[in-house]
Design a binder for this molecule. Structure first.
Ligand SMILES: C[S@@+](CC[C@H](N)C(=O)[O-])C[C@H]1O[C@@H](n2cnc3c(N)ncnc32)[C@H](O)[C@@H]1O
Length: 188
C-alpha cells in the first residue's frame, strides 16, 4: 500500500482493518464483515482484478466477487449501490463526468451512487495540519493525473453538470476518517 492510501483516518472507518496488502476490496471486506447480507462486486482493471482474486480469502468468496471493467465503458451490472472510493480525484471534471455518465443506462430509480473522497473544507476552516495534508493531495493529483480534490460545491456542480437526475443528498465525514462520503440518489 502506498503513502497515498495508508495512514490514520484512511482505514475503513470504525472497522477492523483487513490484512490485505493491497487496498483493493478493503472497503468491501470491512462492510461485508459487518453486514452479512450485502453482496459486493469489485470492478477494476484486469491486472488489479487478477491480484484481488489471488488474495481474497475463501471465507469472503460468497460475499465478494471480482470482475474486470473499464469505468469509461457502459456499466453492465445493475445493483442498488455504486461505491467509488478514491476514483474521481484522479480525474479532471471532463473524465469524472464520463465515469459517472457510464452508469446512467443501468441506474434504477433510487439507486445510490456513493463517492468516498476527500471533501476540501473552505479555506481557514480545518486545522493547519489537516489543510496541509488536503492541499498537498490536491496539488499531487494535479501533478500526477491532472486530477483534483474537490470542495462540496465542486461535487454538487459536477453532479449537476453530469446529469440533473443525480440528486445530491449531502456529505458526511465520520470523525475518525479523513475522507468524506458524498451521497447521491438517481431520481429518474
Ligand atoms: C486511487 S486507486 C483507488 C483504489 C481503491 N478504490 C482505494 O480506495 O484504495 C484508483 C483505482 O482505479 C483503477 N482504475 C484506473 N483506471 C481504470 C479504468 N479505466 N477502469 C477501471 N478501473 C480503473 C486503478 O486500477 C486503481 O485501482
Amino acid at each position: 500500500m502506498g503513502w497515498f492510501n495508508s495512514g490514520p483516518g484512511l482505514e475503513p472507518t470504525g472497522l477492523t482493518l483487513v490484512e490485505t496488502p493491497d487496498s483493493l476490496a478493503r472497503q468491501s471486506l470491512a462492510i461485508a464483515r459487518r453486514h452479512g447480507s450485502v453482496r459486493f462486486i469489485v470492478q477494476d482493471r484486469p491486472e488489479t482484478i487478477a491480484d484481488g482474486i489471488k488474495r481474497l480469502r475463501s471465507e469472503s468468496k460468497d460475499q465478494i466477487t471480482f470482475t474486470e471493467h473499464d469505468f469509461f465503458e457502459a456499466q453492465p451490472i445493475v445493483v442498488d449501490v455504486y461505491l467509488f472510493r478514491w476514483i474521481l480525484h484522479d480525474w479532471s471534471d471532463t473524465y469524472a463526468i464520463k465515469i459517472l455518465r457510464a452508469l446512467i443506462p443501468v441506474l434504477k430509480k433510487n439507486a445510490k451512487v456513493i463517492l468516498n473522497e476527500f471533501v476540501l473544507p473552505p479555506p481557514g476552516v480545518a486545522s493547519a495540519f489537516t489543510n496541509k495534508i488536503l492541499r498537498t493531495m490536491d496539488l499531487s493529483m494535479l501533478e500526477l493525473h491532472n486530477g483534483k480534490e474537490r470542495e462540496v460545491d465542486d461535487w454538487t456542480k459536477l453532479l449537476e453538470f453530469c446529469d440533473a437526475r443525480f440528486q445530491f443528498d449531502g456529505v458526511i465525514r465520520l470523525p475518525e476518517s479523513r475522507l468524506g462520503i458524498v451521497h447521491t440518489t438517481w431520481t429518474a
